[in-house]
Design a protein around this ligand. Structure first.
Ligand SMILES: Nc1ncnc2c1ncn2[C@@H]1O[C@H](COP(=O)(O)OP(=O)(O)OP(=O)(O)O)[C@@H](O)[C@H]1O
Ligand SMILES: [Mg+2]
Length: 250
């Protein structure tokens, strides 16, 4: 990870941050950088240290807020985004019924959707990053990990207590469902493992239960979770998990 630090451009002259922003060149475009700076100006975050992950569709950076708490900053790429794939998850969502069908508006709505979904899930008691603020294609949230590194994903660790972790994931799926939300992209790749507990991330695909595809997406989430934990020998099946998530008994 880069150790260079981009400090808030607040009270700085343009030339100053022109120099500092070199660490982002080629990865973040001008508009994303401006959104990042606006979030700094609003006090949502104070510094950005470098990248946790650089991807085609999104990059995740690590930074800190004014209190020195680490934050994760997810920046959705606009040009390289697969916005055609995003549309079906937005279309039919009453929260985004007025968005225009162009690349930029779709990506901005996608980012706002992740923010809102994290908010709903977190309020419902789900172990997921607390959303701290967002603007355009940039989302700032609680960082899951420690001073040295981000938490690994579930697919990158060996679970000593798979049964316990499974129960915790199930409980969070249930909480989400009760709050009217389906994750829509749940799998071992979007669950971080931290302090012995699973933390659910990457909620941009999440839809409200009223969405026409909600049940289909829930089925897919259930399938992924069952497949993963059965590999550990956890005795479960899709019907049972669906029943629990929808509020049946455990
Ligand atoms: N809040 C967070 N705290 C710590 N690390 C995070 C956080 N959010 C994301 N990450 C890291 O960034 C990676 C990608 O995040 P996320 O899954 O949200 O984005 P993505 O666009 O789906 O990327 P990918 O397609 O690579 O999964 C995660 O696997 C994790 O390593
Ligand atoms: Mg992901």
């Amino acid at each position: 990870m880069r150790v260079d630090t981009l400090k808030s451009f607040k009270n700085k002259f343009y030339n100053d941050y022109m120099e500092e922003r070199k660490i982002f060149q080629g990865v973040l475009d001008e508009k994303s950088l401006m959104s990042l700076y606006s979030l700094m100006n609003k006090g949502v975050l104070d510094m950005v240290h470098g990248f946790v992950k650089q991807g085609k569709e999104s990059s995740v950076l690590v930074g800190e807020d004014k209190k020195g708490r680490k934050v994760a900053v997810k920046v959705y790429a606009i040009e390289a985004s697969d916005f055609k794939n995003m549309w079906p998850y937005l279309h039919g969502d009453e929260r985004f019924k007025n968005i225009k069908r162009n690349k930029r508006d779709i990506v901005y709505a996608w980012c706002a959707k992740e923010h809102q979904n994290l908010f709903i899930a977190r309020r419902a008691g789900v172990k997921c990053p607390e959303p701290l603020g967002s603007l355009n294609n940039v989302l700032v949230m609680e960082f899951i990990g420690d001073e040295l590194e981000p938490a690994p994903r579930l697919n990158e660790v060996w679970l000593e207590e798979p049964e316990k972790v499974f129960k915790s994931v199930l409980e969070d799926m249930k909480r989400m469902y009760r709050a009217g939300l389906v994750h829509g992209d749940l799998s071992e790749f979007n669950i971080l493992f931290w302090n012995g507990e699973p933390w659910i991330i990457d909620m941009s695909q999440g839809v409200l239960l009223k969405h026409p595809r909600a049940q289909e997406l829930l089925e897919r989430d259930v399938k992924n979770v069952v497949r993963f934990f059965r590999k550990y020998g956890v005795e479960t099946n899709e019907d049972e998990v669906t029943k629990v998530v929808k509020g049946g008994s455990e």
